[in-house]
Design a protein around this ligand. Sequence first.
Ligand code: 13P
Length: 295
Amino acid sequence: MKRPLITAEDLQQSPDMVIPVGARLTPLAQDLLRKRGAVVRGRGAMPLARRLLIANWKSYKTVGEACEFARALGERVRPPTALQLVICPPFTALATLGEALRGVAELGAQDLSPHDEGAHTGEVAARHLLDVGCSYALVGHSERRAAGEGDALVATKLERALAAGLRPVLCVGETAEERAAGRAEAVVSTQLGRALANTRPTDLPRVVVAYEPRWAIGKGVTPTSAEIAGILGHVRHSLRQMAPEVAERVSVLYGGSVSPDNAGEILALEDCNGALVGGAALDPVRFSAILAAGS
Ligand code: 13P
């Protein structure tokens, strides 16, 4: 039987394609997979965690401003990019931005409802996010946890996202007090364990974990590279304990005051598969500089 041939174009159209055993890859397809962090051995390839650069715009940008960003970003980046770009705008800009970013970046929501569609005023359900082209949804961002969202609600949202076919980006991280008390690792493990308690190992590779120390968000300060590496390694260790066979396929990101100046060092850390960026992702010049630093 003839072995299937996979091209770079195939991989761009289906980023999550499982490469069949024995498939042949064109040289461009092999380069693309390597850039995405896959180990390409001989004629086969084993996809590992995706490298991601996710923009969280929080409560910034009108539809017009979002479109202007998309235009400026499109001028600066040439797909396929070394890190898969994902933009999470306010809900109101999702539909229009998805069109404007086609081929350049994927679309994510900043939150989702714990319910299916129904009589839940103000909630935006997974179904609505899929309808406007979202592939990702942030879950448990610290700004939502600070507004009262607990581990149980975070876990429900994560399950809802997975069930709908979205990739949840689970945000975890300690406060300054927890860190000062030497509890950063324990807090992160507890948040991970509670959010993923009901996640089947087969679904785990669709989960993205973002370590965002709460004291570093929007402050212009970051942990040292050694400290970030320590916690990301701890996250990977926890994932291995939960599901050893798939733990390496989970993308683990760092977030908290990532900028063009520190991105190169952070994105080169072992166990770091990308970044979740707030303030610096509002500006297409700074955001594409972060991409360049990690490429
Ligand atoms: P900053 O990059 O502005 O610190 O925000 C990080 C963040 O909260 C991303 O979700």
